[in-house]
Design a protein around this ligand. Structure first.
Ligand code: LLP
Length: 443
């Protein structure tokens, strides 16, 4: 088996061997892409993104009459992706004025935009209202009041969901766990604060309370946390119906659908998430005599992780005799902070020699000035030489999105590939970009 076959579940669906014996994606030779656009380079395979959009839409629609698939822009957003999502008929979840600006820049339909966040500013809320976005997902009492005040003079009502915290642990990384009681997000159900928020939202003439939202964390490899949380939130909705006359027209179960980063760690297929969530929702509503609400889901990483492959050029090495062989690439924590921040693990292959069956244990280091800047600990790869192109699959989610200018590095270029054509959708930054926000010389 060659490296492309070994990694086929984490590579984009179009991954293949090129005529030159290199890794090809979307019909484009990745070594050629690295030469043409430079490295580090993020290559997104359009077919894989579209395939995931369709998988979520179809698997849920096949089981439930009224579903909205809302892409979580925080996983990665750019103008080309925003346009693609609109073409595929997805909605979008934004958490900042900046993410909304990306969507607005391509005329993304406002109706299916959801605005999340635990500290939306007055300016951001005003921008969202001016764009006419579909739903504001209200997170706290301060925001309830602020939003009511901003909507008041507009002479209309704003549709809102309330973010509740069901107190369910999804067993993922502590830094990305959100639905538990001790979290900065949402109104806790168990403390009575969620009920208070329902009463306030229903009493506000400016707000139209459409329903409830929760997000447990991510990535979630298990199905039970969704089932459990749906049950808790439906019990809450049923009580709120009796006590306050709440009609649950929409329930958003958030995102967190896992992506495959390693060949040996497959997540549940989309169909299983759909089955578990829809079954829990149908049964829970039936048991409590609640009409079926619209269901919203917010996949982020699951849409883009597998589509994105990071390409790096190999440079220096260091052998610590009897301890470890380090090989450094021309990127690292500035373009992908996930290994350093969460201990996330990836796989890799050498794009210019995927047929090379030799294996040597190496640790792939980044080029930034921190010992923790390591992309891959102890991976088995063919002997690496300076100039080799290293491909890191499943890098599409939360890598470019969390990229920084640490060490005054230049954020990488991004290309979309499809049918043998590569489109540059974001150019590499330049030193001019680094200077652009500097105020100098001083008056
Ligand atoms: N909806 C809400 C309200 C969220 O907070 C999130 C993620 C999502 C949806 C999408 O979750 P996804 O389907 O992408 O797992 N930087 C971390 C992930 C932080 C996720 C924050 N919220 C990482 O690199 O793993």
């Amino acid at each position: 088996m060659n490296a492309i076959e070994e990694l086929k579940d984490v590579l984009p669906i179009t991954a293949a061997l090129s005529d030159e014996g290199h890794l090809a994606i979307g019909g484009c030779d990745t070594v050629e892409l690295a030469r043409r656009f430079g490295t580090p380079l993020y290559v997104f395979d359009e077919e894989t993104v579209r395939g995931m959009c369709r998988a979520f839409c179809q698997e849920f629609a096949a089981r439930y009459p009224d579903v909205r698939v809302v892409y979580a822009c925080k996983a990665y957003i750019g103008r080309a992706l925003a346009a693609l999502l609109a073409e595929e008929g997805l909605g979008a979840d934004v958490v900042s004025g900046g993410e909304l600006a990306f969507l607005a820049s391509v005329g993304f339909p406002p109706d299916t935009i959801y605005f999340h966040g635990n500290n939306k500013s007055e300016a951001e809320l005003a921008e969202a209202l001016a764009y006419g976005i579909g739903q504001v997902v209200v997170d706290n009492f301060h925001e309830l009041e602020l939003l009511s005040r901003l909507v008041g003079p507009l002479g209309r009502r704003q549709r809102v969901l309330l973010r509740v915290s069901p107190g369910v642990d999804p067993h993922t990384h502590a830094k990305t766990t959100t639905g538990v009681l001790d979290s900065k997000f949402g109104f806790p159900i168990s403390t009575g604060q969620a009920e208070e928020a329902v009463a306030l939202a229903m009493a506000s003439p400016a707000l139209e309370l459409e329903g409830l939202h929760f997000h447990l964390g991510s990535p979630i490899f298990e199905l039970d946390p969704y089932r459990e949380a749906i049950d808790i939130v439906l019990s809450f909705a049923s009580e709120m119906r009796q006590r306050h006359g709440l009609e649950l027209r929409e329930l958003s179960v958030g995102g967190g659908f896992a992506a495959q980063y390693l060949p040996e760690a497959p997540p549940p297929p989309v169909s299983e998430y759909a089955e578990a969530i829809v079954a829990a929702l149908r049964q829970g509503c039936q048991r409590r005599g609640l009409p079926l609400p619209r269901l919203a889901i917010e996949p982020g990483r699951a849409i883009v992780a597998r589509a994105g492959v990071a390409l790096y050029t190999v440079g220096a090495w260091k052998e610590v005799p009897g301890v470890r062989r380090y090989v450094a690439v021309d990127g690292g924590m500035a373009d992908n902070i996930r290994p350093a921040l969460y201990g996330s693990r990836y796989s890799a292959l050498v794009a210019n020699k995927p047929l090379d069956g030799r294996r040597q244990r190496v640790t792939v280091a980044g080029k930034y000035c921190e010992s923790g800047d390591v992309l891959l600990w102890d991976v088995e790869l063919p002997p690496l030489e300076p100039g080799d192109v290293l491909a890191v699959p499943a890098a599409g989610a939360y890598a470019p999105a969390m990229a920084s200018n640490y060490n005054a590095s230049l954020r990488p270029a991004i290309v979309f590939v499809r049918d043998g054509r590569a489109r540059l959708v974001r150019r590499r930054e330049t030193y001019d970009d680094l200077m652009r926000c500097e105020v100098w010389p001083q008056e």
